[in-house]
Design a protein around this ligand. Structure first.
Ligand code: FES
Ligand SMILES: [Fe+2]
Length: 322
């Protein structure tokens, strides 16, 4: 489901991914109820069959040599497969030349392993991206799991870099988070390098490095409806801790953290709806929220790729207690 439009994805006879609006042109039954027959998508109701382009190839029972007439096509949506994800491009007639611009980093590197999950949450793309990249809530909402509330806070420096298609915060001097997740990342402790970044069209990425330990959490955010978002997340890691252990522990741990986030995002969305809109008070430690919103607004106006505006300098520095 993208922006309220249900889509049906399948693989054509050549194995390539195809996407179409999930509505049979005949009597509007969802095509996703159908099945694949000889490389064609067959509707469940009367058995019309469609190819990857949406053209109707077969109409059972029709004494007509040309089933693929105008008005009988399913509405295809351009799509492209990359890094094990299928990207769809509603509203355009072709996928971008060269494929989607964003590559999931390190996903093909044999030194890394990846755990993927697809999750749905209440909230706009902006709310979900900000949540994924927000440091101050972690000690509070995820106390004990991620960062620990209650211990003496440490002051660290944050460098915020803003580009045409992205905004990034680098956290300098942050000790390894004391919670369970930090212990997994670096059992020996130390100072982590940590970046949070938002990249257009809708990528939220958290990156940690500690010596040769490297962990990336990359989420592509799909607006399911204006107030609901699907996260296609890949946790990609190269760590000293045995990867089999990480693969066993990561899903339940990430699941707990995500459940806490999803619950608070649901309450946030309900509250915003009840009050008829957002009314946010922000401080400078809401590091990326405003920048993400500016990028999304610019993209909505069809102006991505322009230089950062004066109100978002290319680089700014601030201090924060974690
Ligand atoms: S509704 Fe799909 S074939 Fe009739
Ligand atoms: Fe969170």
């Amino acid at each position: 489901m993208v922006c309220g439009t249900p889509l049906c994805l399948f693989r054509g006879g050549d194995g390539r991914a195809a996407a179409m609006v999930d509505r049979c042109p005949h009597r509007n039954v969802p095509l996703s109820l159908g099945r694949l027959r000889e490389g064609l998508l067959e509707c469940r109701y009367h058995g019309w069959r469609f190819d990857r382009s949406g053209a109707c190839q077969t109409i059972p029972g029709l004494c007509d040599a040309d089933p693929g007439r105008r008005g009988r096509s399913a509405e295809s949506v351009p799509c492209a497969e990359q890094d094990g994800f299928v990207w769809v491009f509603p509203g355009s007639s072709d996928p971008p030349a060269g494929g989607p611009t964003f590559r999931f980093p390190c996903i093909d590197d044999p030194a890394y392993d990846t755990v993927r999950r697809s999750l749905r949450s209440a909230g706009t793309v902006h709310a979900v991206a900000e949540n994924a990249l927000d440091v101050p809530h972690t000690a509070f909402l995820h106390g004990g799991l991620f960062r620990e509330a209650g211990r003496e806070p440490i002051e660290i420096e944050v460098v915020v870099r803003s580009g045409a298609d992205r905004i990034e915060a680098e956290y300098i001097g942050e000790p390894r988070p004391p919670g369970v997740a930090g212990r997994l990342l670096a059992p020996g402790g130390g100072v982590v390098q940590h970046w949070d970044r938002f990249i257009l069209p809708s990528i939220a990425q958290v990156e940690y490095r500690l010596e040769d330990n490297h962990l990336l959490v990359t989420s592509a955010l799909t607006p399911v409806t204006p107030t609901e978002t699907r996260l296609h997340s890949a946790v990609t890691f190269s760590l000293r801790v045995p990867h089999a252990l990480i693969k066993g522990l990561l899903p339940p741990l990430a699941g707990l953290i995500f459940a806490q986030d999803a619950r608070i995002l649901r309450h946030q969305a309900q509250s915003i709806e009840r009050f008829g809109g957002e009314q946010f008070a922000s401080t400078e430690i809401d590091v990326l929220g405003q920048g993400i919103l500016r990028l999304l607004r610019r993209a909505e106006r069809g102006e991505p790729g322009t230089d950062p505006s004066d109100d978002e300098p290319a680089e700014r520095r601030l201090r924060m207690r974690v």
